[in-house]
Design a protein around this ligand. Structure first.
Ligand SMILES: [Zn+2]
Length: 406
C-alpha cells in the first residue's frame, strides 16, 4: 500500500532559488514533451508508418539532446525533467481511457513542483538530501520509519515549499480480517451536506466555509492585482498576496476534512456514504462555491484511504438510493422534499425528521441490510473508479500514480 507524508520545508534563500529552478526544469520538460508529442501525432496523420509518440521515446530524445540544446538542465537533478515526462505519459493514458481531458501546457507559478525517484534522495531525521542542493530542513520527521521510500515530490503553494514523501507500507489487508465479526461491527452513515457532515450517531461536523468567508477579501485582492500595471513589481507583490489568501482557504478546508475523516474512521468499523456526483454538482453555479467549501471530493478520497489503512470498510451507497427521501422510521418515501427543507414530517407515520440525520440513518441501514457489506465485499479499495473527483480518488490509490497527501 502506498502512502505519502507531506512535510513543510524550511529552505534558505539559495535553496529556494534552486527549488524553483528544479520546478522550472520539470515544467519545461513537460511542455517540451507535450509539444513533441502533438507534433509526432500530427505527422503520423500524414505518414502512419512513423513512430507513435510515447513517454519512453521522448525521455530518450531529451536525454540525447539536452546537453547541447538545454545545458542549464544539467544544473538540476536529472529526475526533474525525466519524471515530468513520465507524468505526461500518464496524463495521456488517462486521456485515452476517458478519465481526463487532453493534457495541456503547464504555466509558471501554478502547481510548481518536481519529483525525485528513489535512490536519488535520502532522509535522515529532519533532513532531506537531494542532488545539487544538499540538505533541506524538514519541519518534522517522516512518519513511516523503515518503509521503502518510493519518491519525493517537492511543491510550492504560495511561498511555502513542501516535500511529499511516498512510501510503500506493508499491506494491512490481513489484519482487516481480524476485526470484529460482522454482527458486532459498528456501522455509521454519514450524510455530506453543504453546511455540515452529519453522522447517524448524531455527531455533526460543521464545514468551515473557508471560501465563502474569504470570498470578499479575495475578490478585493484580485481586483487590486488586476488594476496594477502588468509586469510591475507591485503587481507581483499583490499576486503573492492573492496566492497566500488562496492557500489559507486550502489549509482551512484541508484541516477540516482530515480531522473529520480521521474521527469518522476511528469511531466505526463500517462507514457508509453517498455516491455523490461532485463534478455534476460543481457545475451548478449557485451551489458550486459551497460545495467546494465542503470538500466532498477530498472527503471521499480521505475516507477511502484512511479506512483501508485502518482495516475498516467504506461502503458507497448506490447513486440512486434516495437516502434523503426515505423515512428512517417507517420506510415511506417523501413525495416532495426540496433542498431548502431542513426538517420534514413523514406522511406515512407522522415522524418528524431532521433532514441530515435522517439521511445518515438511512445510509447506515443501507449497509446493514446489504449482504455485501456484511461479508466485507465493499472494501475501501473496491471503490468505483470513474465518478467525479472520485476519479482522483481511484487514480491516487493506484501505485505509480501521484501520491495522496496525508
Ligand atoms: Zn414514516
Amino acid at each position: 500500500m502506498l502512502r505519502a507524508h507531506k512535510i513543510a520545508l524550511d529552505p534558505n534563500n539559495k535553496q529556494k532559488t534552486h527549488l524553483s529552478k528544479c520546478a522550472g526544469a520539470s515544467r519545461f520538460a513537460y511542455n517540451w514533451a507535450l509539444a513533441e508529442w502533438n507534433a509526432m501525432h500530427e505527422a503520423r496523420k500524414e505518414d502512419p508508418s512513423l513512430k507513435r509518440p510515447g513517454q519512453g521515446l521522448l525521455r530518450r530524445k531529451l536525454n540525447a539532446t539536452k546537453r547541447e540544446r538545454f545545458p542549464w538542465m544539467l544544473e538540476v537533478t536529472k529526475c526533474a525533467p525525466q519524471e515530468a515526462i513520465i507524468d505526461l505519459g500518464r496524463a495521456f493514458s488517462n486521456f485515452f481511457e476517458g478519465l481526463a481531458n487532453h493534457p495541456t501546457f503547464k504555466k509558471k507559478g501554478i502547481n510548481d513542483s518536481f519529483r525525485i525517484s528513489s535512490g536519488f534522495f535520502t532522509i535522515e531525521g529532519k533532513t532531506l538530501a537531494i542532488p545539487h542542493i544538499g540538505s533541506l530542513r524538514m519541519r518534522e520527521e517522516l512518519r513511516y520509519q523503515g518503509a521503502r521510500q518510493v519518491s519525493v515530490t517537492i511543491s510550492r503553494r504560495a511561498d511555502r515549499w513542501h516535500a511529499s514523501i511516498l512510501c510503500e507500507l506493508p499491506d494491512t489487508a490481513a489484519e482487516a480480517s481480524l476485526g470484529p465479526p460482522p454482527g458486532e461491527r459498528k456501522t455509521v452513515g454519514i450524510d455530506a451536506g453543504v453546511s455540515a457532515y452529519v453522522a447517524s450517531d448524531g455527531t455533526a461536523y460543521k464545514t468551515p466555509r473557508a471560501y465563502r468567508k474569504a470570498e470578499r477579501k479575495l475578490a478585493r485582492a484580485q481586483k487590486s492585482e488586476s488594476r496594477k500595471k502588468k509586469g510591475s513589481k507591485n503587481r507581483k507583490k499583490q499576486g503573492r498576496k492573492v496566492a497566500r489568501q488562496h492557500a489559507r482557504v486550502y489549509y482551512s478546508r484541508n484541516d477540516f476534512t482530515h480531522k473529520m475523516t480521521t474521527d469518522a474512521v476511528a469511531g466505526a468499523d463500517v462507514i457508509v456514504i453517498e455516491d455523490l456526483n461532485v463534478k455534476g454538482m460543481l457545475g451548478n453555479r449557485r451551489l458550486s462555491k459551497s460545495i467546494a467549501d465542503a470538500s466532498f471530493g477530498e472527503f471521499r478520497i480521505q475516507l477511502a484511504y484512511k479506512a483501508e489503512a485502518a482495516g475498516k470498510t467504506l461502503v458507497i451507497a448506490d447513486r440512486h438510493y434516495p437516502s434523503s427521501k426515505l423515512c428512517s422510521a417507517c420506510g415511506a418515501k417523501a413525495k416532495l422534499l426540496t433542498l431548502g427543507m431542513r426538517e420534514w414530517e413523514c406522511e406515512g407515520c407522522g415522524a418528524r425528521h431532521d433532514r441530515d440525520l435522517n439521511a445518515a440513518t438511512n445510509l447506515k441501514r443501507y449497509a446493514e441490510s446489504s449482504p455485501a457489506s456484511a461479508c466485507g465485499e465493499f472494501n475501501a479499495s473496491a471503490m468505483p473508479a470513474k465518478a467525479g473527483p472520485g476519479q482522483a480518488a481511484s487514480v491516487k490509490q493506484e501505485p505509480n500514480s501521484k501520491p495522496t497527501d496525508v
